[in-house]
Every structure is written in C-alpha cells, then in structure tokens.
Write a protein that binds this ligand. Structure first.
Ligand code: MG
Length: 248
C-alpha cells in the first residue's frame, strides 16, 4: 500500500530533507584530493546529530557508517574507509536522516578535482535524468512515466540505467512502497496522487547496466568496471506538481 502523507507530515519531511541537503552541501565543500571517505562520514554524522536528527543508514541491516560513499566503478552502498580520494575520481555520496520519525534520502555524485570529460558527461546525464523524472511526479500521471523519462534520457546519451536497485516510497520508514524503477513503460504502474512521497534515484553506468556485489557484502560495482553515478531526491507529489524535499 502506498501511504499518503498529510500536509503536516510533509512539513516534517521538509525538515528532514533540509538536513540531508545540508549534509551534501557540507560534503561538497569538504571534498578534495587526499580526503578519506571516513572523514566525509564523520562530518555527516556530526552534522546530523547536531540537528537533533538520526543518521538513517547507520546500523541499517548492519551498515557500519552514516553515509554511503561509492567511488568510480562503485555504484551504491560503498562503505566509508581510510581510502583517500584522488584527483580525477568521482564519488557518489548517499545520505539519509530521520527527524522526529520522518525520513529524508538524497544522493549526489561529486567530482574530485579535475575529472575526465566522460566522467563529467556521466554526472550531467545522471543529474539531468533525475530532474526529468521529477518533472513527471504529478497527480494523475502513472509511476512508470517517471521511470520511462529517466530511462529514455539516459539511453539516448548512450549510457545505461541499473536494473537491480530502484527508488522507493519514503515517510516514517526509509523504504516504503512503491518501488520506483529507473526503467519502464510510460502510462503504466500505480496512479500518482497528491500526498505521495517518492525517493527517485537513477543509478547510471557508462557501460552495461549489470552490477555485482563485492565480498564486503555491501559495495555494488559495475560488472564491466565502467564508471557509475547516482543522484537522488526525496520528492513530494503536491496538487500543483512535484516539490523536492531534499533541498536547502
Ligand atoms: Mg534511497
């Protein structure tokens, strides 16, 4: 069942979303060649706690950190570590927080110093596909209108969308129904209604869409070793259209 949120609940989700957005902003300012992903995790955890919120990923199914940091061919769920980011890397940072029991979830892929034109194109296309998906989050449309807008844009640029991981509803749990795939047939899927809140999150690979999980049981990488990027926003479907909740 897709849970419809009241205006009051959406206001709490705005608060959670703003905290998540501020974490991503702080991380974007801290990222530089030589910084470790564990340092980024520390910064995130301390800020979330200072806001009287909780890091949503910490201990989630045993995840050992407050954010996910996925570098280059890593797609999602990378574990922060003593790995130092290097000039030319791209790093996808996924942040979740709960405030007064309501969740926000967002992700962004950042360049580390100067990156290749291909890496920059991947970032631009992935971010562009998210914005195109969000535009479809309107009452009266169907869920896979979002999915199709993302897939069509990505594939037209010659990249692929990951199939094994998808977006999700969000509210008093980080993951609620429905699943929000980044591929699908327009005009199909559940009817979108005012008060639904969706975490829309395209994961885009330069090469094939196939992925595998590393021995650490968490880190998902592209099977062909190609670069991957990930952008996500938590989005409320309101009468007049979509509102991005994970924004400053
Ligand atoms: Mg998510």
């Amino acid at each position: 069942m897709i849970i419809i949120k009241s205006a009051k609940e959406i206001e709490l989700m705005r608060r959670a979303g703003r905290i998540v957005a501020q974490v991503l902003q702080n991380i974007s300012e801290a990222i530089r060649p030589g910084i470790t992903t564990a340092q980024l995790d520390n910064l995130a955890r301390r800020f979330i706690k200072s806001q009287h919120a909780k890091p949503a990923f910490l201990d989630y199914h045993g995840f050992p950190a407050s954010i996910c940091t996925s570098v280059n061919e890593e797609v999602v769920h990378g574990i922060p570590s003593l790995r130092r980011l290097a000039e030319g890397d791209i790093v996808s940072v996924d942040v979740g927080a709960s405030y007064k029991g309501y969740f926000g979830d967002a992700a962004c892929t950042f360049p580390v110093g100067k990156i290749s034109p291909l890496a920059q194109k991947l970032i631009d296309v992935t971010k562009g596909s998210l914005l195109r998906g969000i535009k479809e989050a309107i009452p009266g449309k169907r869920l896979y209108d979002i999915s199709s807008a993302i897939q069509t844009f990505v594939e037209r640029q010659g990249f692929s969308v990951v199939r094994n991981y998808v977006g999700h509803g969000i509210g008093t749990s980080m993951h609620e129904e429905p699943q929000v795939p980044n591929f699908g047939t327009p005009g199909k899927g559940p009817l979108l209604q005012e008060g639904m809140v969706l975490a829309i999150e395209p994961m885009v690979n330069v090469g094939s869409w196939e992925v595998k999980t590393l021995k650490d049981q968490w880190t998902v990488v592209t099977k062909d070793g190609s670069l991957s990027a990930h952008f996500e926003h938590s989005v409320a479907i309101l009468k007049d259209g979509p509102e991005i909740l994970t924004t400053l």
